[in-house]
Design a protein around this ligand. Structure first.
Ligand SMILES: NC(=O)c1ccc[n+]([C@@H]2O[C@H](COP(=O)([O-])OP(=O)(O)OC[C@H]3O[C@@H](n4cnc5c(N)ncnc54)[C@H](OP(=O)(O)O)[C@@H]3O)[C@@H](O)[C@H]2O)c1
Length: 325
């Protein structure tokens, strides 16, 4: 038997089910013993609100996991291999990582890069994977360190912290936007040159604001994204990654037609296997294990629901990872 956090239906609270057996798991060709999982913002929504993140019940949440293959029906993945799985609908439409055992399709598996452990890859998780996708979009757009400052919003969160770290490594001047004055020292420590408060960002009096940002990596959406677009420099890039403040976006076409800015979106869930390998290689070339420890807090499996509630309330910072076996 094994233990997992299970949610029976949209009205029931998440519970630790200790009576699951291997045959309860969904179909797939690879069985993984989970070492670590993590609590992303989406996981906190799944635990607290259930819908719209969870699309089938009963569900085991957890969009990320890392661990060791204990059996494989394909020669593409080997028993004993250290692997990670992020996205692919885990914890949404398919049983996910808040579980001691997980069964998946081999195509969803990425090998843990050589210089990382199963713990390191969960400190990165979907948050860091998405941060690297966003940075890559920005680089492909043509943004260089000499283009000017890069704004990161929701900066002390998982995606935000990893974006700050990656950009600093690539020699960009990072301005971190946070809601919490208490996090200013943390953000400077991980690489922000300057820290501003989200609540002090003012809506521009005209359609356009003073040009401030060569690029923006935004995790908040809504009001903050609109303000950021209006202050992006000519030909700048805005990368929309998240919606912590809301799904809405009330802006004008002025930043697009008068300044030629580009608004990009990032979706980390359904990336191809080869694209994932490329992004994980970039992450392992850019970040070291010791740096990753600076942004993470580790908890035992029994604390997962509590941590998810805290993430939902915005009471955590950096990455919260969960150790299972
Ligand atoms: N597009 C994709 O594929 C993808 C992948 C991963 C994540 N995401 C999205 O990216 C966002 C961030 O995810 P995450 O896992 O990094 O979340 P997280 O760790 O919970 O970080 C979110 C951060 O947002 C800030 N925040 C919280 N409540 C806020 C509010 N009411 N107003 C303004 N700021 C607030 C906080 O930062 P401060 O304390 O610094 O203010 C918080 O740490 C989420 O919307 C998530 O769904 C999207």
């Amino acid at each position: 038997m094994f233990t997992a956090i299970q949610i029976q239906n949209e009205n029931s609270a998440p519970v630790f089910n200790k009576t699951l057996v291997e045959s309860d798991l969904p179909n797939g060709d690879v069985l993984i013993k989970t070492d670590y999982t993590t609590v992303n913002y989406k996981d906190s929504l799944a635990i607290v609100k259930k819908i719209p993140v969870i699309r089938n019940f009963p569900m085991i949440p957890g969009i990320d996991l890392s661990g060791t293959v204990i059996s494989s029906k394909t020669n593409k993945v080997n028993k004993g291999q250290k692997v990670l799985v992020c996205g692919w609908g885990l914890g949404e439409s398919r049983w996910g990582g808040f579980s001691e055992l997980v069964r998946v399709q081999n195509e969803w598996i990425t090998s843990v890069p050589q210089n990382f452990s199963t713990k390191d890859v969960m400190i990165i998780g979907t948050a860091g994977f998405t941060a690297m996708l966003a940075v890559k979009k920005m680089l492909n757009h043509g943004t260089e360190p000499r283009s000017g400052k890069v704004l990161v919003t929701g900066a002390s969160g998982g995606l935000g912290s990893l974006a700050v770290m990656i950009l600093k490594k690539l020699k960009f001047e990072v301005v971190a936007a946070t809601t919490k004055p208490n996090n200013i020292d943390y953000l400077k420590f991980i690489g922000a040159k300057e820290v501003i408060l989200v609540q002090e960002l003012e809506e521009p009096k005209k359609l356009l604001d003073k040009q401030k940002w060569a690029a923006v990596i935004d995790t908040l959406g809504s009001r903050t994204l609109a303000i950021a677009c209006a202050a992006t420099k000519i030909d700048g890039a805005v990368i929309s990654c998240g919606n912590v403040q809301g799904m809405d976006l009330h802006t004008s076409v002025a930043p697009f037609i008068l300044r030629g800015i580009s608004l990009y979106g990032v979706n980390s869930v359904y990336r191809s296997t080869s694209n994932r390998k490329q992004i994980w290689n970039l992450l392992s070339d850019t970040l070291s294990c010791s740096e990753l420890l600076q942004i993470s807090s580790e908890f035992s499996f029994d604390k997962t629901i509590l941590i998810a509630e805290n993430v939902f309330k915005g009471e955590t910072f950096g990455r919260s990872i969960i150790k299972l076996n």
